[in-house]
Design a protein around this ligand. Structure first.
Ligand code: PLP
Length: 416
């Protein structure tokens, strides 16, 4: 036995878990709506939603019921058999968007893997096996598998994991999208973009730019792929983020909010693309299993219910308005507010980890992102009163950061 029980009582005990996350020293034992509680029953306001996952908050009664009812019936059968909940969810989701067909996964990265494979297979089956490359954008994030880190291409993600999977071309995010054309070659299979960049710092792509990309894809016979793993499923006030434009992709990956906390994702496609995925070309043991599908259908019931997305837009308006005001009260801390729906970001002038840590001390959960931005991803069920509470905790956080800045300035002025 390697770890004796006495080891576990040692103050220096390090859990046998890969230290791939810089974890805060707090563990939550239960949740209720927008609040999470630690073991001493301290209450935290969650404006991170488990990184955009718990869209219906903690322990939503409809989700708890769907999961527990299903748990008493059948947990898992393989995809070698029909799964009714899967057929039902696919029918409902495809009815709501551009897609004709879909594949269920357990995570966002798996949904992206399916998307990338489909883009390659589509061209292969249409007599263009040399068309395998995918154009992606600076600051993007598509997951942590070998293919998806290669897709993002950032030093932070790929360092030490070489050789990288071949086949991704990276272009700047803020470049005029018409310049993307320069990166298109005879080998390009697809353009892949997040309609709102999440990890990259809550950076929305304008409708005009999405239009440019769609036109480029049509002109060059390549596929447009959207990664809506973070921005989809109601997060920005539409079921899918691109639906506030008339642009539709050929392939879309989604995850996070789709299962409201149950691990699940999906890759959706038009018939034209989907028909290249025949029996045996792709698979997943767990993807789309009865437990996940029961929860997925229950999430969709709520997200599609009357007034739900209007509520998201209304809360977005309230939160953004308050954040802009906060920005003008603390210009030394907040640079600007950006984002869409309830996927909002504060680009800071001060370091993000300190801000997130200070907020946590004030019992407000936030998530950092790239481009020195802190993410605000409250559950979509958040109320106006809870937004007020969040804003007052943010105010306290900004005030403490401001005081610390002033103190360190005073120290450096006096040469301490
Ligand atoms: N794509 C985007 C846009 C994401 O934000 C994420 C996760 O943050 C992923 C893909 C990967 O999803 P997962 O962590 O579920 O594999």
């Amino acid at each position: 036995m390697k770890n004796s029980e006495s080891d576990n009582t040692d103050q220096t005990f390090v859990p046998p878990v890969l230290p791939t996350y810089a974890r805060a020293d707090v563990a939550f034992v239960r949740g209720e709506g927008v609040y999470a509680f630690d073991k001493d029953d301290n209450r935290y306001l969650d404006f991170g939603s488990g990184i955009g996952v718990n869209n219906l908050g903690y322990c939503h009664p409809a989700l708890v019921k769907a999961l527990t009812d299903q748990a008493g019936k059948i947990w898992h059968t393989s995809n070698l058999y029909r799964i009714e909940g899967q057929e039902r969810l696919a029918e409902r989701l495809t009815k709501e968007c551009f897609a004709d067909s879909m594949f269920f996964t357990n995570s966002g990265a798996e949904a992206m893997e399916c998307a990338i494979k489909m883009a390659r297979k589509y061209h292969n089956d249409n007599g263009n096996p040399d068309r395998y490359r995918v154009i992606t954008f600076e600051g993007c994030f598509h997951g942590r598998t070998l293919a998806t880190i290669a897709a993002a291409g950032s030093e932070k993600l790929i360092k030490g994991f070489g050789p990288m999977m071949e086949g991704f071309d990276h272009v700047p995010f803020y470049k005029d999208m018409s310049e993307v054309e320069e990166a298109i070659t005879e080998e390009t299979a697809a353009i892949l973009i997040e309609p709102v960049q999440g990890e990259g710092g809550i950076r929305p792509v304008s409708t005009e730019n999405l239009e440019i990309l769609r036109k480029l894809c049509d002109k060059h016979g390549i596929l447009l792929m959207f990664d809506e793993v973070q921005c989809g499923m109601g997060r920005v006030g539409k079921l899918f983020a691109h639906q506030d434009s008339t642009i539709t992709p050929d392939i879309l990956a989604t995850a996070k909010g789709i299962g409201g906390g149950f691990p699940m994702g999906a890759c959706m496609a038009t018939d034209k693309v989907a028909q290249c995925m025949k029996a045996g070309t792709h698979g997943s043991t767990y993807g789309g299993n009865p437990l996940a599908m029961a929860v997925g259908n229950a999430v969709l019931d709520v997200v599609l219910s009357d007034g739900f997305l209007d509520h998201v837009n209304q809360m977005s308006y309230e939160l953004r308005k308050a954040l802009v005001k906060l920005g003008s009260s603390y210009p030394e801390v907040i640079d600007r507010v950006r984002g869409k729906g309830l996927m909002l970001g504060l680009k800071l002038k001060t370091p993000v980890p300190e801000f997130v840590g200070e907020a946590l001390k004030n019992r407000l959960m936030l998530v950092g992102a790239g481009d020195n931005t802190v993410r605000l991803l409250p559950p979509l069920i958040v109320t106006a009163e809870e937004i007020d509470e969040g804003v007052s905790l943010l105010d306290k956080t900004c005030n403490n950061i401001k005081k610390a800045l002033e103190a360190s300035k005073a120290d450096s002025d006096t040469g301490d």
